[in-house]
Design a binder for this molecule. Structure first.
Ligand code: NDP
Length: 472
């Protein structure tokens, strides 16, 4: 694997730790790791980065191999790893390095998007060793047009199934947990449609703030950072038709069909919301106003919380709003899809108490499943009461980037965003982003540490006092 942008933030913080876990788990046999970047790093400096990133990767036993074997393999990869200084955009430089590597090679573009585009344009198919896989980071382009341009450049280099457009939220466990839940349970699928479901919410609220990432985030905002990519992908898996198999073609065709049917109503002040955090506190931690964070330009009007209502215009979902919401500096981490069912057509007269809709929650980190039901209350059988049936879902011990790389090294594009889908995602959100830029949708405010503006439509987090009954 050749990592371009080896001295960068993503490589050090997320990518290499993921690689380390993968190696320690015995899931990257015979991997050779090569770093390249424009920084003039010595071999010692690169070695130091690998030592730091792999630290702890072999702690604890793994299902696939013993810790001792994992440690030995980590040491082997580190000892054999080299770093090369080069300008990836300079004609011939990257091609020359690639020719010295043993096939097949996975080239990981951990580079700023414009540099990735230039690097790909500087390559020719003849530069690439047999079986080369290209791994592209998000954002994939900056709009439908640039995504299409990048797709065309990549298509001139390798076949589509050798291109991995990374969405590290599409970990195996996230995707397969949803697919398994939906299509292995007779109970769910017959009700999974507009006749029975009132709304679907996909919520990624974080209590993290900017965390020194203004250079990227102040231009992206919550819309580009989360909704355009991760949340639309998860929505598509929740809304897709049953695939015949877990083969990449069946699953990715299903995802693509949903996205092609999706759009945001063009009354954007109704169909979208955006807001920015002001000073507040998250727990004991004081948080400054977003505009006072280092590197932020208030004139960018960057939203730190966004909510969009997507309509999936097909027979199954006509009329059902899909609310996608994500934000930073919120009072609590909340990462889940919430499926709210319609009320029963008739509640027998005589019942009192809570009459709330059935809700299914699919949690993404921790991976869990919760079903909120009304049952006859303890003490008084006529009094309805709320209970929660809860179970954990499977999660992969690999870090998200470990899961992504696992698929890349196995040559499986299932979890990669396909070319057409990458363009569709931009097509869906671009009109809303244009309306935001034009000021059609006001930029609201919420105090850091709160649940966001009070009158937004996504359902509030459940209170800690909700009753709970564990089943699982
Ligand atoms: P950084 O700016 O930290 O790193 C970029 C790297 O690219 C640096 O090592 C830089 O080297 C190198 N580089 C730039 N130009 C060239 C060139 N012409 N030739 C060779 N190397 C070059 O960016 P990030 O690591 O944060 O981001 C990389 C990608 O990952 C982006 O697409 C980003 O959107 C994506 N991403 C990042 C996340 C994160 O948390 N950081 C999360 C999700 C996605 P030098 O410094 O010497 O110029």
């Amino acid at each position: 694997m050749l990592v371009l942008g080896a001295s960068g933030d993503l490589t050090g913080r997320l990518l290499l730790p993921g690689v380390g876990r993968l190696i320690a788990a015995g899931r990257a046999p015979r991997l050779e790791l090569v770093g390249a970047g424009s920084d003039d790093w010595t071999a010692e400096r690169w070695r130091q980065r690998l030592d730091d990133s792999f630290a702890g990767a072999d702690e604890g036993s793994t299902a696939e191999g013993s810790t001792a074997e994992g440690s030995a393999e980590l040491a082997r990869v580190k000892d054999a790893s080299t770093y090369h200084r080069l300008d990836v955009t300079a004609p011939g430089e990257l091609g020359r390095l690639l020719k010295t590597l043993q096939a097949p090679v996975a080239v990981y573009f951990a580079l700023p998007p414009a540099v990735s585009q230039a690097a790909c344009e500087a390559l020719t198919a003849g530069d690439l060793p047999e079986g080369t896989r290209l791994v592209m980071e998000k954002p994939f382009g900056s709009g439908a047009e640039s995504a299409a341009r990048l797709n065309a450049t990549l298509a001139g280099l390798v076949p589509e199934d050798h291109i991995h457009r990374v969405d590290h939220f599409l970990g195996k466990s996230t995707v397969f947990n949803i697919v398994g839940l939906r299509f292995a349970n007779r109970l769910l699928e017959p009700l999974w449609n507009a006749e029975h479901i009132a709304k679907v919410e996909i919520i990624f609220d974080e209590d993290l703030t900017l965390e020194n990432r203004a250079r990227y985030y102040d231009h992206a905002g919550a819309g580009r950072d989360m909704i355009q990519s991760h949340l639309l992908q998860i929505m598509a898996i929740i809304a897709m038709e049953a695939p015949a198999s877990l083969d990449e073609r069946d699953v990715r065709d299903g995802i693509a069909a949903v996205l092609r049917a999706s759009s945001i109503d063009n009354h954007f002040a109704r169909s979208t919301r955006r807001a920015r955090y002001t000073a507040g506190a998250i727990g004991d931690r004081p948080v400054p106003d977003y505009t006072a964070e280092a590197g932020v330009d208030p004139a960018n009007n960057t939203e730190t919380l966004a909510e969009v209502e997507i309509r999936v215009k097909n027979w199954r979902w006509a009329g059902v709003p899909f609310l996608l919401r994500s934000g930073k500096a919120l009072g609590r981490n909340r990462k889940e899809a919430v499926i709210t069912y319609k009320p029963v057509p008739h509640l027998p007269d005589g019942f009192r108490g809570v009459d709330a809709p059935t809700r299914l929650h699919i949690g993404f980190g921790p991976e869990n499943l919760t079903l909120d039901l009304d049952v006859n209350g303890p003490g008084n059988l006529f009094e309805l009461d709320r209970v929660r049936l809860e179970t954990e879902l499977a999660s992969d011990p690999l870090l998200p980037y470990g899961e992504v790389l696992d698929s890349v090294l196995a040559g499986d594009p299932l979890l990669s965003v396909r070319a057409d889908t990458a363009e569709e995602c931009w097509r869906i959100v671009e009109p809303a982003f244009a309306a935001w830029r034009a000021g059609t949708v006001p930029l609201e405010e919420y105090a850091a540490g709160s649940d966001g503006p009070a009158d937004w439509r996504s359902s509030r987090p459940r209170s800690a006092g909700d009753k709970q009954r564990a089943d699982g």
